[in-house]
Each structure stands twice: as structure tokens, then as C-alpha cells.
Design a protein around this ligand. Sequence first.
Ligand SMILES: [Zn+2]
Length: 117
Amino acid sequence: MNSNNLEDLKNRILDLEHLLNESRKEVAAIKKHNSTVGEIGNKYGRLTVVSLSSIKKSRKYFNCSCDCGKNVIVEMSQLRMGRTRSCGCLRAINARNTIETNRTAKRREKGIGEFYV
Ligand SMILES: [Zn+2]
């Protein structure tokens, strides 16, 4: 084997390595794409994933529509971990319920008015 052939072989190997890297990148991109598309239509609490909004620093942000009709942008991990389950209305409802419960309790103490159980 002369040195020319050896150079040739080296170049071919480099080419192949390059190709391999490119296809690896492609596979990664496809996987990423699928994991994104797979989220669409998923429901987390009151939020339904509508579409991908943006990817910033490898964090995915999705457009979500809330059961109350509002649209919000939520980061994927927040949804997956169950940290975000509504546009904010759920917290508002919970807060209202707490206030309502306190009020009811006070009314009951005083024995006045109607109250809900
Ligand atoms: Zn809502």
C-alpha cells in the first residue's frame, strides 16, 4: 500500500465520519421534533397543548389553551412537573373558594344568613 492510498483511505474515513455525524444530528432533530409534536393535544390540568411557541436555551415553550378560554405560553417542564395546570384561573378559583369558606365559617359562627356547605 502506497502513501497515496493511505491518504485516500483517511479521507474516506473522514468523509464517513462526517456523514455519520450528520445523520446523528438528523436523528436527534427528528427525535426532538417528535417529542414536540407528541405533546400537542396533551392535557395538563386545565391546559391543552396547542402548538410549539418557541425554544429558548433548549427549553420548549408551548401555546396552551385553558379550559376557561384563555391562551397562555407555558414551558414544557412546568407542565410535565405539574407546576402549571391552568392560565392562573385555577389559583384564582382556589383563592376564591378559600375566601368563600372563611366567610361561610364566619356566618355560621354568627348564625346569620344562608351558607353553603
Ligand atoms: Zn384559565
